[in-house]
Design a protein around this ligand. Structure first.
Ligand SMILES: Cc1cc2nc3c(=O)[nH]c(=O)nc-3n(C[C@H](O)[C@H](O)[C@H](O)COP(=O)(O)OP(=O)(O)OC[C@H]3O[C@@H](n4cnc5c(N)ncnc54)[C@H](O)[C@@H]3O)c2cc1C
Length: 408
């Protein structure tokens, strides 16, 4: 089935709305919250909760809609504004994707309602990573044990984006991956929703980071943390399969959350890359340096060629992103395409932001400009939601039809 990438009128309106938000709400405070790493961006959170989350008022909901592409367009625009503030925005984020993908209607209503409600701002988060389990999520050591009508969680999660917001602001939640049976490997791993402020869940620290410094990246400890039985996402059954290479559907189902989130991270990367590229193009235009895609190659200058190559790469990343997003919206499996988009966009944004700093000369390296910040903000797109290497591995497995046991 052919997929059209023409944004619908609604998506164009959304793009314009979020671009204005990026220019007016985010850019003016971008440097400030990067400098003050763990300060709470009150004005951004307030604006988003009051206005931003509702989007443009005049959308035609009866017209055609392109689902995930609109989400990607929104992510690109807001990350053009500031990727760290985007991550700090009160939304259900990755935790919400997990609940939406694996939750029952009752769980969706219970956990997601505060995000549309009139109460105070709320955050969602996803806690998978541990000190010995990152790329290899099957190595998770955090345990969940049943005790009557409750699950009891024990373990430590690190590098949890929005971990502060989601664990400490009433109404939010953290989706925690834990094992019901360590001896069962990946078949034992399930995800649990831990509501904010649950006794036994403790925030013990925030990372000081290279980039996306306004984003709260938390270490969370779970000590005899009790949650209701109904907070397990999916089935409690541990289905072992003798010699099974890929684990049970529960683990695969949990991993499938990435098929939805990787296109969004790829779109975020494209947003940061475009911020850099737009900036350098404007700087070159002020200096009278032309960028002429129509000029023959031998007539183009070195910088001109660099800019055109970066634009082509960025466009390629965006098209891969939209393809993965569109497939998701059409209910088509997009595991390969989501990883392709994420791997490409992570690489492209890292290269573009570095090259832009180089082209700008010393001011590019200075805090006078945001170019150095974008270079720092770029690299994370190559790390979380599966590193560059892991996404390349997934692409290779899919293309060559190898299982994760054979190609790892
Ligand atoms: C700012 C930030 C925010 C984050 N937010 C979250 C979050 O919200 N929730 C969450 O759960 N986690 C989060 N993470 C964690 C992130 O997802 C992990 O860091 C990432 O998955 C890599 O895992 P690791 O750190 O254990 O590295 P490792 O798995 O130890 O990898 C180290 C290096 O080895 C490479 N490598 C590993 N295995 C292979 C292989 N088989 N083949 C080739 N190369 C390989 C990796 O690509 C990497 O370069 C965040 C991390 C950061 C830095």
């Amino acid at each position: 089935m052919p997929i059209s990438f023409d944004p619908t009128p609604n998506t164009r309106k959304a793009r314009d709305y979020f671009h204005r938000a990026a220019v007016e709400q985010m850019r003016p405070i971008s440097r400030h919250y990067d400098d003050l790493e763990h300060a709470f961006p009150q004005e951004w959170v307030d604006w988003w909760w009051r206005e931003g989350r509702r989007g443009p008022q005049d959308l035609d909901w009866t017209g055609p809609h392109d689902g995930m592409i609109r989400v990607c367009v929104q992510a690109e625009e807001l990350c053009w504004g500031d990727a760290a503030l985007y991550l700090r925005t009160p939304t259900a984020a990755l935790g919400g994707s997990a609940v939406a993908a694996a939750g029952t209607p009752e769980q969706k209503a219970r956990f997601l309602a505060p995000f549309d409600g009139d109460g105070p701002p709320v955050w969602g988060a996803m806690a998978i990573t541990e000190s010995g389990a990152g790329s290899d999520a099957a190595a998770i050591q955090t345990t969940a044990a049943q005790d009557g009508d409750e699950w009891v969680l024990n373990g430590t999660k690190i590098f949890c984006t929005s971990g502060e917001g989601a664990s400490m602001h009433e109404g939010g939640f953290v989706v925690v991956w834990a094992t019901l049976d360590r001896s069962a490997g990946r078949a034992g791993i399930k995800s649990f929703v831990v509501p904010a402020c649950t006794p036994g869940m403790r925030l013990i620290g925030l990372e000081k980071k290279l980039g996306i410094r306004a984003s709260d990246t938390a270490t969370l400890v779970f000590e005899d943390c009790r949650i209701p039985r109904g907070n397990l996402l999916g089935s409690a059954e541990v289905r072992r399969r003798e010699g099974a290479a890929t684990g049970d559907k529960g683990f695969k189902g949990a991993m499938a959350t990435f098929d939805a989130s990787r296109p969004i991270v790829a779109a975020m990367a494209v947003g940061v890359g475009r911020a850099s590229l737009d900036f350098v193009r404007e700087a070159l235009a002020r200096e009278g340096v032309p960028v002429r895609p129509e000029a023959p190659r031998h007539a183009q200058g070195a910088v001109e060629r660099d800019v055109l190559e970066m634009e082509a790469e960025l466009q390629a990343a965006r098209l891969l992103t939209w393809r993965a997003a569109a497939m998701m919206s059409h209910g088509r499996p997009n595991n390969l395409e989501a990883s392709m988009a994420k791997a490409k966009a992570g690489l492209v944004v890292t290269r573009i932001t570095q090259q832009v700093v180089e082209i700008l000369g010393p001011p590019g390296y200075s805090q006078q400009l945001l170019a150095e910040k974008w270079m720092r903000d770029a690299k994370i797109n190559d790390i979380y939601e599966g590193t560059q290497q892991i996404n390349q591995l997934i692409v290779a497995r899919r293309i060559l039809d190898y299982s994760s046991a054979v190609l790892r």
